[in-house]
Structures are given as structure tokens and as C-alpha cells.
Design a protein around this ligand. Structure first.
Ligand SMILES: NS(=O)(=O)c1ccc(C(=O)NCc2cccc(O)c2)cc1
Ligand SMILES: [Zn+2]
Length: 250
């Protein structure tokens, strides 16, 4: 579990780890922060897979085809994959916690800085990766745009299963407001590299309890192994140490 990770990845006890608690009292409004923009090509979407840890959609990142720019970022970052974190029930599952509020889940859209030769090079750099994080909030009126991903879940029930996932523009998942918090942190799973500029949207997207149950129907075992539900794939919050969390909004 997370408390053991530091044995193989000492950086897991570093001073720039993620996720963290975001508390209004400690956030600094930064009026110089720019709006962020996503320009995604739906044709870049390739496959959806269950890797035993999460449900991931993978995109073609062989050129600047789907990019995130603006906000706190110095240039364009290439979309590589998106994935989710969720709990075993609707009252928890997100990784970041806002003023004590845990959401049912958290969507991460992972982008890397093409000034580095490839992804693995980028993960060794403090400005290598940008993750756009969007909270999933359970409401009676779900977001219809989540349907496409959740319909594919049946095709990737067990670890190692992958299915084609063409023609998908993940920006349809975005909430109305682009207000965000940003801070410097790490991967929330091993190798816990401290290479991520986090951009966390203030406005959650709404999913239904049934949609969350669909995510929880995934298994972390392979097809011919005993069933182990894939739930609670979130890391507990880490010490903030002396990091500033900036807000793009008052
Ligand atoms: N939850 S997260 O967005 O922080 C996250 C995103 C991507 C990854 C990831 O790509 N892990 C595999 C990996 C990363 C860096 C170097 C490696 O050798 C493997 C892990 C966590
Ligand atoms: Zn993640």
C-alpha cells in the first residue's frame, strides 16, 4: 500500500508529493494566472484499457495533435492518456480533498512537455508533466458525456483487457467553469516522480451513482484469476510542506 511505496521509491516521502488537501485559507489568488485551453483532436483517441489499477484511455501523442496550453504552463503539453480514481462507495474516492470534501472520484488528463524527447524523459523533469484534474460528484442528473467511456467498461472488465476507443474528444467532459487551483506535485502512484504541474478544476462534473457503480464493476485481477474488485485506487493526501497553492479565481 501507499505507506510502503517509499521502500522502492524513496521520493514517495519527498516534499512535493501528491495529492494534497486544498484549503481556502491557504490558497493564494494569483491574478497573473492565464486561462488554460485544450485543443484536442478526437482522431487522437486510440484505446481504452484496464491495467489492473485504473480505467485508462490512451491517445496518439507522437506529435502536437491534442494539446493543453495556457494556465500556469510555459508552452503546449501533449495529451497522452486519461484515467480515473474512485472509491468503494459514493462518499469517497477522489485523491485531492477540497476544504475537507472528498468527491466520489477524480478524472486525470495527463499531458507531457514536448520540449523533452519522450514521456520517460519528461517524467524526470519538474516541468515535464501537466495533469488536468476534474472531480466527479454524484448527483441524480448524470453527465451524459460520461456514457461513452462507461459503455466500454464491459469490454475491459479484467486486468489487461483493451478495446478500440476511436473518435473521442475528452474536452466534452469538462465542466462549464475553467476556474482552477494549481500547485507543483507528483504522480499519485509509483514511481511518485515530482514532475507534475497540477491544474485542478474547481467545478466538479456530475455523475450518477449507477455510473460510479459501473466503474466499481471493474476487476483488478486478470480474466482467469479470482475476482478482486477494482475500487479505492486513490492515494491519501500528502504533507503540503511549504508549497503554495495558487487559484485562478477570487
Ligand atoms: N495519478 S497520476 O495522474 O498522478 C499518474 C499518471 C501517470 C502515471 C504513470 O504514467 N505511471 C507509469 C510510469 C510513469 C513514469 C515512469 C514510469 O516508468 C512509469 C502514474 C500516475
Ligand atoms: Zn491519476
Amino acid at each position: 500500500g501507499p505507506d510502503q511505496w517509499h521502500k522502492n521509491y524513496p521520493i514517495a516521502k519527498g516534499h512535493h508529493q501528491s495529492p494534497i488537501e486544498i484549503n481556502n485559507k491557504e490558497v493564494h489568488y494569483d491574478r497573473s494566472l492565464l486561462p488554460w485551453f485544450a485543443s484536442y483532436d478526437p482522431g487522437a483517441a486510440k484505446t481504452i484499457l484496464n491495467n489492473g489499477k485504473t480505467c485508462r484511455v490512451v491517445f496518439d501523442d507522437s506529435f502536437d495533435r491534442s494539446v493543453l496550453r495556457g494556465g500556469p504552463l510555459p508552452g503546449v503539453y501533449r495529451l497522452r492518456q486519461l484515467h480515473f480514481h474512485w472509491g468503494s462507495s459514493d462518499d469517497h474516492g477522489s485523491e485531492h480533498v477540497v476544504n475537507g470534501v472528498r468527491y466520489a472520484g477524480e478524472l486525470h488528463l495527463l499531458h507531457w512537455n514536448p520540449k523533452y524527447s519522450n514521456y520517460l524523459d519528461a517524467v524526470r523533469r519538474t516541468d515535464g508533466i501537466a495533469v488536468l484534474a476534474i472531480f466527479l460528484q454524484v448527483r441524480k442528473t448524470p453527465k451524459p458525456e460520461m456514457k461513452r467511456i462507461l459503455e466500454e467498461i464491459n469490454a475491459i472488465k479484467t486486468k489487461g483487457k483493451e478495446a478500440p476507443f476511436p473518435n473521442f474528444d475528452p474536452s466534452i467532459l469538462f465542466p462549464k467553469s475553467h476556474d482552477y487551483w494549481t500547485y507543483h506535485g507528483s504522480f499519485t502512484t509509483p514511481p511518485c516522480e515530482e514532475c507534475i504541474t497540477w491544474i485542478i478544476l474547481r467545478e466538479p462534473i456530475t455523475v450518477s451513482s449507477d455510473q460510479m457503480a459501473k466503474l466499481r464493476s471493474l476487476s483488478k485481477n486478470a480474466e482467469n484469476e479470482p475476482e478482486l474488485p477494482l475500487v479505492d485506487n486513490w492515494r491519501p493526501t500528502q504533507p503540503r510542506h511549504y508549497r503554495m497553492v495558487s487559484a485562478s479565481f477570487l
